[in-house]
Structure formats: structure tokens, C-alpha cells
Design a protein around this ligand. Structure first.
Ligand code: NAD
Ligand code: TYD
Length: 345
């Protein structure tokens, strides 16, 4: 199948962690590309994440909500593909209040699909997650395996996927889905385990490990993830989902140990707290499909951690701003069993 000629992308959620990495990478690697970023700038998004490319004339930033058809429709008419990163993305927050997840992750995806249907786009890529498969007891999940989401977050991502699939089948929309594993690297909001543990270690406050710390994740460096998304966007087969995994299995305790070692902090900062309700203990992907398209993860966990720790060390102001009073309020609501010195002065 001939590759589509994509000259102008609408990147929703492009001011977040992975979306901004995708925008930076595409602008650096493709001289022909123009990008419109549509982002609501929730607590997780910021124009600062695009500061490196803010002056690039090929980039346009629009603050707006994917749930608002009046914002979305005119923009979709100007582009030839949509890459949807916009989402509420943190499991723990979905356990405290799932409303925004249902709204953005499901309804917002529907608004984008409707707009894409009327614009006869060449591609609609939905950025999904390995969490839609749920807890994986044995083996590795393949793309045709049933979805079995178990958290409000993963359920809304699975719901969005079902809509994407339906628009392909019912309306012939050329859709693609990527199911990425746990991603880490620069510019990640310090609520997910790796940036939370790095910044806590730098602040010399305890690292809260859920349960006994044995749950494993397949960590994927952000540059590898966005490379895979680009590969699928241009070379993927419409109507198909692609697993994107780093091929690692790292436990919570191991993440804490690697962070403490890289930051030169003592093991005594490890602190075991009450387990996450409904905790998925293992995610594991079979990545043969995307491998056959010539994609491989290039950054191993050790190198990725080194790059990430260096970035957080060098960008103290970026993460300190995000660990504000609102953040610590969320923190106290979320974690059960924190020690007295859990929050910095
Ligand atoms: P993030 O939370 O850092 O960024 C999400 C972005 O979406 C933010 O910029 C936010 O402002 C924006 N947004 C939220 N609601 C919006 C709305 N209604 N309208 C417009 N913009 C809105 O998330 P991330 O980690 O960069 O994840 C991006 C995507 O990748 C998500 O769809 C997520 O489900 C998926 N994903 C994430 C991971 C991971 O480990 N972080 C792994 C696999 C897949
Ligand atoms: P997280 O980064 O929230 O991603 P996921 O969406 O996969 O849940 O959590 C990754 C793993 O780390 C998961 O097993 C839960 C665990 N975890 C902790 O032990 N402590 C924490 O403070 C956080 C945020 C996560």
C-alpha cells in the first residue's frame, strides 16, 4: 500500500508529555510537515513543553478542548490527519474521580472521529495503551486478544478504541491504534512512578511503593514510543492496532532502587504504602507486528533512566512548579500510609 502524503497534522494533546515529544521529533525529522497542536492545557499540559519549537513557523498552538465540536471541526478541515494524544492519563486520579476520563477519553475521541469522518482524512491515529488488556498473568498479549480493562482509566481508553474501530468498520475511516506500554523520559508530569520517584529522591522525601512493590511494567523510553507512532502513522494498515513495548519487566521496587542509585540517595527512602485498589500486577506485550515494520526499541531501561534522571536534575524549575500545593493535596488524598516526613517543607 502506498504511503500517505501527510503535510499537515492535527496533534491533540500535543502539549502533554508524549504528545510534545512527538511534535518535537516530527518537526526535527520532517522538513515538509506542518503541525497544529490542540490542547486544553489541563494540569498535565503546558506550552512550556513545546518551548524548544515554539518559534518554528510550521507549528501552530491552539488552546482548546477536543470535546468541543465548534473548536475541533474547523481545525480538522485544514489538516490531512489527526493524531490523538489528548486524554486524562493517570490511573490513580481515575480512581479518585473518573468523570473527566469519561468526558475526554471517550466523548472527546467521538468528537474527533465525527469531525474526521466529515473531513475525509487520510489517517486517524488513536494513541492507546497496553492497559486495555488488563492484568496479564502469563505470556504476552497480542493485538487480537480480548480487551479486559480493569481501572476507570483503562476502561475509558478501551471505550475510545471501540469507537475508533466502529468508525473504521461503519464509516470506512482510515484509523490506526497504537497500544504503548509505560512510557518515561523528559517532561513527564511528576505523578507517574518514574518522575515522581526521581523528584522525590531529589527532594529527599520518601518514595511511596504500592503494596509489596512486586507489580511489573514494561517501560518504554519516550523517543522510542513517538518513533513507533510515526512509523504506524505512515506505514500502518488502516483498521489495525499495533502494540508498542520496550520489552522490559521492571518491578516497583526495582524502579525505586534504580532511581535511588542514580540520584545517590539511601535505600531508607523506600516506603511501602497501601496498595492501589484493583492494581494490575503485570502488563506484557507481544511486539512482533510492529517489529515486522522495522521498529525496535533503541533505548534500554538503564540508559533511559540515566537520560531521564539527568533531565530532571537539569530542569529543577520545571518540575518544582508542577509539585505545587494542588499536587500535594492530590498526593495526600491518593496515598494511604505515608510517613510523617512524606511532604517537603
Ligand atoms: P499527559 O497527561 O502528559 O498529556 C495529556 C495532554 O492532553 C495534556 O497536554 C492535556 O492538557 C491534554 N488534554 C487533556 N484533556 C484534553 C481535552 N479535553 N482537550 C484537549 N487536550 C486535552 O499524557 P501522556 O502521558 O503524554 O499520554 C498521552 C497519550 O498517550 C494518552 O492518550 C495516554 O492514554 C497515552 N499513553 C500514555 C502512556 C504513558 O505511559 N504515559 C502509555 C501509553 C499510552
Ligand atoms: P504508574 O506510573 O501510575 O503507571 P500505570 O498507569 O501503569 O499504573 O504506575 C506504574 C507502577 O508503579 C504501577 O505498578 C503502580 C506503581 N506505583 C507505585 O508503586 N507508587 C507510586 O507512587 C506510583 C505512582 C505508581
Amino acid at each position: 500500500m502506498a504511503e500517505p502524503r501527510l503535510r499537515h497534522l492535527l496533534v491533540t494533546g500535543g502539549a502533554g508529555f508524549i504528545g510534545s515529544a512527538f511534535v518535537r521529533q516530527r518537526l526535527a525529522q520532517d522538513a515538509e510537515i506542518n503541525i497544529t497542536v490542540l490542547d486544553k492545557l489541563t494540569y498535565a499540559g503546558s506550552e512550556e513543553n513545546l518551548a524548544e519549537v515554539a518559534r518554528d513557523p510550521r507549528l501552530r498552538f491552539i488552546r482548546g478542548d477536543i470535546c468541543d465540536p465548534a473548536t475541533v471541526e474547523p481545525l480538522t478541515r485544514e489538516v490531512d490527519a489527526i493524531v490523538n494524544f489528548a486524554a486524562e492519563s493517570h490511573v490513580d486520579r481515575s480512581l479518585l474521580d473518573a468523570g473527566a476520563f469519561v468526558q475526554t477519553d471517550v466523548y472527546g475521541t467521538y468528537v474527533l472521529l465525527e469531525a474526521a469522518r466529515h473531513s475525509r482524512h487520510q489517517r486517524f491515529l488513536q494513541v492507546s495503551t497496553d492497559e486495555v488488556y488488563g492484568h496479564v498473568k502469563d505470556g504476552r498479549r497480542r493485538e487480537e486478544d480480548p480487551l479486559d480493562p480493569r481501572s476507570p482509566y483503562s476502561s475509558t481508553k478501551a471505550g475510545a478504541e471501540m469507537l475508533v474501530r466502529a468508525y473504521h468498520i461503519s464509516h470506512g475511516l482510515p484509523t490506526l491504534i497504537t497500544r504503548g506500554s509505560n512510557t518515561y523520559g523528559p517532561y513527564q508530569f511528576p505523578e507517574k512512578i518514574i518522575p515522581l520517584f526521581i523528584t522525590n529522591a531529589l527532594q529527599q522525601v520518601p518514595l511511596p511503593i504500592y503494596g509489596d512493590g512486586s507489580a511489573v511494567r514494561d517501560y518504554l523510553y519516550v523517543d522510542d514510543h513517538v518513533n513507533a507512532i510515526a512509523r504506524v502513522l505512515w506505514k500502518g494498515q488502516p483498521g489495525t492496532a499495533y502494540n508498542v513495548g520496550g520489552g522490559t519487566e521492571v518491578s516497583g521496587v526495582k524502579v525505586a532502587d534504580s532511581v535511588l542509585q542514580a540520584c545517590g540517595r539511601p535505600g531508607s527512602l523506600k516506603h511501602f504504602v497501601k496498595d492501589r485498589p484493583g492494581h494490575d500486577y503485570r502488563y506484557a506485550l507481544d511486539i512482533r507486528r510492529i517489529r515486522s515494520m522495522g521498529w525496535e526499541p533503541r533505548v534500554n531501561f538503564q540508559d533511559g533512566m540515566r537520560l531521564t534522571v539527568d533531565w530532571y536534575r537539569q530542569n529543577d524549575a520545571w518540575w518544582r512548579k508542577r509539585k505545587s500545593a494542588d499536587f500535594w493535596n492530590y498526593y495526600q488524598q491518593n496515598y494511604r500510609g505515608l510517613p510523617a516526613n512524606a511532604i517537603p517543607d
